[in-house]
Design a protein around this ligand. Structure first.
Ligand SMILES: [Ca+2]
Ligand SMILES: [Ca+2]
Length: 126
């Protein structure tokens, strides 16, 4: 029983410490970075309103092209349940969505290609 009490006390202390740290960092973020946070929030809102338009590569329709889109396309190709914008997911404009589109997304995110869609101008290397 004594050990259990000790364990509970240690756990409670840890929980309080973590809680305080989270509160502190949240306060710091709100305090010092208020200006930047607002700018970021505005940017997100702007891209969100544009999400209805065709944004090549934005497979999950969140207005941005990032790793989440790679994941959504991979899920789609794996026949897993997901919401996907097939028009946006077709990153090589061949009318279908397959691993080539995943590859284009990854190239785009890695900075290997500057823009999407990537229309093949040379034979695809094996
Ligand atoms: Ca997206
Ligand atoms: Ca395609």
């Amino acid at each position: 029983m004594k050990n259990l009490f000790k364990a509970v006390t240690v756990f409670t202390t840890l929980a309080l410490l973590v809680g305080a740290m989270v509160a502190l960092s949240a306060a710091a973020a709100e305090g010092d970075l208020t200006g930047e946070t607002d700018v970021a929030a505005t940017a997100v809102e702007t891209t969100a309103t544009q999400a209805a338009e065709l944004v090549c590569g934005d497979a999950n329709n969140d207005g941005a092209v990032n790793m989440k889109d790679v994941l959504v396309v991979r899920k789609y190709l794996a026949d897993l349940d997901c919401e996907i914008n097939l028009d946006n997911a077709d990153t090589n404009n061949d009318g279908g969505v397959n691993m080539k589109d995943v590859l284009n997304l990854r190239k785009f995110l890695a900075g290997i290609v500057d823009s999407l869609p990537v229309v093949a101008t040379e034979p695809t290397a094996a």
